[in-house]
Design a protein around this ligand. Sequence first.
Ligand SMILES: [Zn+2]
Length: 280
Amino acid sequence: MRNALTIDVEEYFQAHAYAKVIERADWERIPGRVAANVRRLLALLAEHGTHATFFILGWVADRHPELVREIAAAGHEVGSHGYAHQLVDRQGPEEFAADLARSLAAIGRALGQPGALLGYRAPGFSLTARTLWALDILRAQGIRYDSSLQPMLTRRGNGAYGASRFATRLDAGLWEFPVSTVRLAGWNCPVAGGAYFRLLPLWVTRRAIERINAEGRPAVVYLHPWEMDPEEPDVPEAPFLARARHRLNLGRTEARLRSLLGERAFGPLCEVFAAELGKG
Ligand SMILES: [Zn+2]
Protein backbone atom coordinates (compact mmCIF):
# COMPACT_ATOMS: atom_id res chain seq x y z
CA MET A 1 0.00 0.00 0.00
CA ARG A 2 1.24 3.48 -0.85
CA ASN A 3 1.31 6.01 2.01
CA ALA A 4 1.27 9.79 1.72
CA LEU A 5 4.28 11.96 2.48
CA THR A 6 3.66 15.66 3.13
CA ILE A 7 6.12 18.48 3.75
CA ASP A 8 5.24 21.89 5.25
CA VAL A 9 7.62 24.35 3.60
CA GLU A 10 8.56 27.17 5.97
CA GLU A 11 11.65 28.73 7.56
CA TYR A 12 12.75 27.36 10.96
CA PHE A 13 12.18 30.80 12.49
CA GLN A 14 8.52 30.72 11.42
CA ALA A 15 7.83 27.61 13.53
CA HIS A 16 5.55 28.10 16.51
CA ALA A 17 8.29 27.30 19.01
CA TYR A 18 9.70 30.73 18.17
CA ALA A 19 6.48 32.69 17.68
CA LYS A 20 6.82 34.45 21.05
CA VAL A 21 10.40 35.60 20.52
CA ILE A 22 10.74 36.18 16.77
CA GLU A 23 8.41 38.85 15.41
CA ARG A 24 7.06 38.69 11.89
CA ALA A 25 8.99 41.91 11.16
CA ASP A 26 12.23 40.06 12.00
CA TRP A 27 11.68 37.42 9.30
CA GLU A 28 13.21 39.65 6.63
CA ARG A 29 16.55 40.11 8.40
CA ILE A 30 17.21 36.50 9.49
CA PRO A 31 19.27 34.51 6.98
CA GLY A 32 16.98 31.90 5.45
CA ARG A 33 17.71 28.17 5.28
CA VAL A 34 14.56 26.83 3.65
CA ALA A 35 15.84 26.73 0.05
CA ALA A 36 18.94 24.68 0.92
CA ASN A 37 16.92 22.37 3.18
CA VAL A 38 14.24 21.78 0.54
CA ARG A 39 16.92 21.03 -2.07
CA ARG A 40 18.47 18.39 0.21
CA LEU A 41 15.06 16.87 0.69
CA LEU A 42 14.37 16.92 -3.07
CA ALA A 43 17.66 15.07 -3.65
CA LEU A 44 16.72 12.45 -1.02
CA LEU A 45 13.29 11.92 -2.57
CA ALA A 46 14.83 11.68 -6.05
CA GLU A 47 17.22 8.97 -4.78
CA HIS A 48 14.18 6.90 -3.84
CA GLY A 49 12.03 7.85 -6.84
CA THR A 50 9.42 9.14 -4.37
CA HIS A 51 7.03 12.06 -4.77
CA ALA A 52 5.40 14.03 -1.97
CA THR A 53 2.99 16.90 -1.36
CA PHE A 54 4.72 20.19 -0.47
CA PHE A 55 2.44 22.64 1.38
CA ILE A 56 4.30 25.88 0.72
CA LEU A 57 4.00 29.10 2.70
CA GLY A 58 3.14 32.02 0.40
CA TRP A 59 5.83 34.11 2.14
CA VAL A 60 8.41 31.53 1.05
CA ALA A 61 6.99 31.37 -2.49
CA ASP A 62 7.34 35.15 -2.86
CA ARG A 63 11.00 35.02 -1.80
CA HIS A 64 11.97 31.78 -3.57
CA PRO A 65 9.76 31.40 -6.66
CA GLU A 66 12.47 29.29 -8.30
CA LEU A 67 12.22 26.82 -5.40
CA VAL A 68 8.47 26.41 -5.98
CA ARG A 69 9.20 25.71 -9.66
CA GLU A 70 11.91 23.18 -8.76
CA ILE A 71 9.51 21.32 -6.47
CA ALA A 72 6.84 21.16 -9.18
CA ALA A 73 9.33 20.33 -11.95
CA ALA A 74 10.57 17.35 -9.91
CA GLY A 75 7.03 15.93 -10.10
CA HIS A 76 5.84 16.76 -6.58
CA GLU A 77 2.41 18.10 -5.70
CA VAL A 78 2.31 21.74 -4.55
CA GLY A 79 -0.28 22.88 -1.98
CA SER A 80 -0.75 25.91 0.27
CA HIS A 81 0.35 26.36 3.89
CA GLY A 82 -1.21 29.85 4.02
CA TYR A 83 0.77 33.07 3.55
CA ALA A 84 2.14 34.38 6.83
CA HIS A 85 1.93 31.30 9.09
CA GLN A 86 -0.90 32.80 11.11
CA LEU A 87 -2.93 30.34 13.15
CA VAL A 88 -6.47 29.99 11.80
CA ASP A 89 -7.93 30.23 15.31
CA ARG A 90 -6.29 33.63 15.78
CA GLN A 91 -7.86 35.02 12.60
CA GLY A 92 -11.40 35.98 11.68
CA PRO A 93 -12.96 34.75 8.42
CA GLU A 94 -11.95 37.89 6.51
CA GLU A 95 -8.33 37.77 7.60
CA PHE A 96 -8.17 34.06 6.86
CA ALA A 97 -9.66 34.53 3.38
CA ALA A 98 -7.15 37.30 2.62
CA ASP A 99 -4.17 35.27 3.87
CA LEU A 100 -5.26 32.25 1.81
CA ALA A 101 -5.83 34.33 -1.34
CA ARG A 102 -2.41 35.95 -0.92
CA SER A 103 -0.76 32.55 -0.57
CA LEU A 104 -2.53 31.08 -3.60
CA ALA A 105 -1.57 34.15 -5.64
CA ALA A 106 2.11 33.93 -4.58
CA ILE A 107 2.38 30.22 -5.37
CA GLY A 108 0.40 30.66 -8.60
CA ARG A 109 2.77 33.47 -9.69
CA ALA A 110 5.79 31.30 -8.91
CA LEU A 111 4.36 28.42 -10.94
CA GLY A 112 3.10 30.71 -13.71
CA GLN A 113 -0.16 28.82 -13.32
CA PRO A 114 -2.76 30.36 -11.03
CA GLY A 115 -5.55 28.20 -9.61
CA ALA A 116 -3.79 24.86 -9.95
CA LEU A 117 -3.59 23.95 -6.26
CA LEU A 118 -5.80 21.29 -4.74
CA GLY A 119 -4.64 21.06 -1.15
CA TYR A 120 -4.26 23.15 2.02
CA ARG A 121 -2.63 22.57 5.39
CA ALA A 122 -3.21 25.07 8.19
CA PRO A 123 -0.20 26.44 10.11
CA GLY A 124 0.16 24.50 13.35
CA PHE A 125 -2.84 22.30 12.38
CA SER A 126 -4.91 25.22 13.67
CA LEU A 127 -8.00 24.39 11.63
CA THR A 128 -10.11 22.95 14.43
CA ALA A 129 -13.62 22.25 15.65
CA ARG A 130 -13.81 25.99 16.50
CA THR A 131 -12.80 27.22 13.04
CA LEU A 132 -14.84 25.03 10.70
CA TRP A 133 -16.03 28.25 8.96
CA ALA A 134 -12.62 28.14 7.25
CA LEU A 135 -13.70 25.11 5.21
CA ASP A 136 -16.23 27.14 3.20
CA ILE A 137 -13.55 29.73 2.47
CA LEU A 138 -11.12 27.04 1.29
CA ARG A 139 -13.77 25.62 -1.05
CA ALA A 140 -14.73 29.08 -2.32
CA GLN A 141 -11.09 29.70 -3.28
CA GLY A 142 -10.88 26.47 -5.28
CA ILE A 143 -9.24 24.18 -2.70
CA ARG A 144 -10.40 20.56 -3.02
CA TYR A 145 -8.93 19.03 0.11
CA ASP A 146 -7.66 19.97 3.55
CA SER A 147 -5.08 18.08 5.61
CA SER A 148 -5.27 19.96 8.94
CA LEU A 149 -8.01 18.52 11.16
CA GLN A 150 -6.57 16.50 14.03
CA PRO A 151 -9.04 14.01 15.53
CA MET A 152 -7.89 14.58 19.10
CA LEU A 153 -7.44 17.10 21.87
CA THR A 154 -4.13 18.76 21.06
CA ARG A 155 -1.55 20.36 23.31
CA ARG A 156 -3.15 23.73 22.73
CA GLY A 157 -6.57 22.18 23.28
CA ASN A 158 -7.53 23.12 19.75
CA GLY A 159 -7.96 19.83 17.90
CA ALA A 160 -11.05 18.55 16.18
CA TYR A 161 -11.98 15.95 18.78
CA GLY A 162 -14.45 13.50 17.25
CA ALA A 163 -13.29 14.11 13.67
CA SER A 164 -12.47 11.04 11.59
CA ARG A 165 -8.99 9.53 11.61
CA PHE A 166 -9.29 8.82 7.90
CA ALA A 167 -10.18 10.41 4.57
CA THR A 168 -13.65 11.95 4.85
CA ARG A 169 -15.84 14.03 2.60
CA LEU A 170 -16.82 17.11 4.60
CA ASP A 171 -20.08 19.07 4.43
CA ALA A 172 -18.34 22.00 2.79
CA GLY A 173 -17.70 19.78 -0.26
CA LEU A 174 -14.03 19.40 0.59
CA TRP A 175 -12.14 16.22 1.32
CA GLU A 176 -10.24 15.93 4.58
CA PHE A 177 -7.09 13.80 4.53
CA PRO A 178 -5.92 13.96 8.16
CA VAL A 179 -2.39 13.29 9.30
CA SER A 180 -2.26 9.77 10.75
CA THR A 181 -3.00 8.78 14.32
CA VAL A 182 -3.11 5.37 15.97
CA ARG A 183 -5.62 4.19 18.57
CA LEU A 184 -4.01 3.63 21.95
CA ALA A 185 -6.07 2.89 25.06
CA GLY A 186 -9.11 4.53 23.51
CA TRP A 187 -7.27 7.68 22.42
CA ASN A 188 -6.13 8.88 19.01
CA CYS A 189 -2.39 9.38 19.28
CA PRO A 190 -0.33 11.37 16.82
CA VAL A 191 2.72 9.44 15.63
CA ALA A 192 3.14 10.36 12.04
CA GLY A 193 5.34 13.38 11.83
CA GLY A 194 7.03 16.47 13.14
CA ALA A 195 8.21 16.29 16.74
CA TYR A 196 6.70 12.81 17.17
CA PHE A 197 8.76 11.50 14.27
CA ARG A 198 11.92 12.99 15.79
CA LEU A 199 11.09 12.15 19.41
CA LEU A 200 9.87 8.54 19.15
CA PRO A 201 12.18 5.71 18.07
CA LEU A 202 11.86 4.82 14.39
CA TRP A 203 10.31 1.43 15.20
CA VAL A 204 7.31 3.22 16.74
CA THR A 205 6.67 5.14 13.52
CA ARG A 206 7.21 1.97 11.50
CA ARG A 207 4.79 -0.04 13.69
CA ALA A 208 2.23 2.79 13.51
CA ILE A 209 2.32 2.80 9.71
CA GLU A 210 1.92 -0.99 9.72
CA ARG A 211 -1.10 -0.74 12.02
CA ILE A 212 -2.76 1.93 9.89
CA ASN A 213 -2.09 -0.08 6.72
CA ALA A 214 -3.53 -3.17 8.48
CA GLU A 215 -6.73 -1.12 8.92
CA GLY A 216 -6.75 -0.92 5.12
CA ARG A 217 -5.74 2.77 5.10
CA PRO A 218 -2.74 4.68 3.82
CA ALA A 219 -0.74 6.53 6.48
CA VAL A 220 -0.31 10.30 6.09
CA VAL A 221 3.12 11.42 7.33
CA TYR A 222 4.32 15.02 7.66
CA LEU A 223 7.68 16.74 8.13
CA HIS A 224 9.26 20.19 7.79
CA PRO A 225 12.44 20.93 5.83
CA TRP A 226 13.98 22.49 8.99
CA GLU A 227 13.67 19.12 10.76
CA MET A 228 16.48 17.84 8.57
CA ASP A 229 18.90 20.66 9.37
CA PRO A 230 21.30 19.89 12.24
CA GLU A 231 23.10 23.19 11.53
CA GLU A 232 20.02 25.23 12.35
CA PRO A 233 20.98 28.28 14.45
CA ASP A 234 19.83 28.10 18.06
CA VAL A 235 17.31 30.64 19.40
CA PRO A 236 18.32 30.68 23.08
CA GLU A 237 15.74 33.28 24.09
CA ALA A 238 12.87 30.92 23.14
CA PRO A 239 10.95 29.19 25.98
CA PHE A 240 13.00 26.20 27.19
CA LEU A 241 10.51 23.41 26.45
CA ALA A 242 9.41 24.74 23.07
CA ARG A 243 13.03 25.16 22.05
CA ALA A 244 14.00 21.67 23.27
CA ARG A 245 11.06 20.13 21.40
CA HIS A 246 11.91 22.08 18.24
CA ARG A 247 15.60 21.12 18.24
CA LEU A 248 15.39 17.50 19.39
CA ASN A 249 17.03 15.02 16.99
CA LEU A 250 17.41 17.48 14.09
CA GLY A 251 20.52 15.48 13.23
CA ARG A 252 18.63 12.18 12.98
CA THR A 253 15.56 12.98 10.91
CA GLU A 254 17.16 12.70 7.49
CA ALA A 255 18.53 9.20 8.23
CA ARG A 256 15.15 8.12 9.63
CA LEU A 257 13.32 9.39 6.58
CA ARG A 258 15.84 7.66 4.33
CA SER A 259 15.15 4.35 6.14
CA LEU A 260 11.39 4.74 5.79
CA LEU A 261 11.64 5.66 2.11
CA GLY A 262 13.72 2.53 1.56
CA GLU A 263 11.14 0.31 3.27
CA ARG A 264 7.79 1.62 2.09
CA ALA A 265 6.12 3.26 -0.88
CA PHE A 266 5.08 6.89 -0.47
CA GLY A 267 3.34 9.35 -2.77
CA PRO A 268 1.64 12.77 -2.80
CA LEU A 269 -1.87 13.14 -1.34
CA CYS A 270 -3.37 13.87 -4.79
CA GLU A 271 -2.22 10.43 -5.99
CA VAL A 272 -2.75 8.41 -2.81
CA PHE A 273 -6.32 9.75 -2.63
CA ALA A 274 -6.89 10.05 -6.40
CA ALA A 275 -10.05 7.93 -6.18
CA GLU A 276 -11.55 10.19 -3.50
CA LEU A 277 -10.70 13.38 -5.40
CA GLY A 278 -12.06 11.83 -8.59
CA LYS A 279 -15.41 11.48 -6.86
CA GLY A 280 -15.39 15.29 -6.47
ZN1 LIG B 1 3.90 25.34 9.54
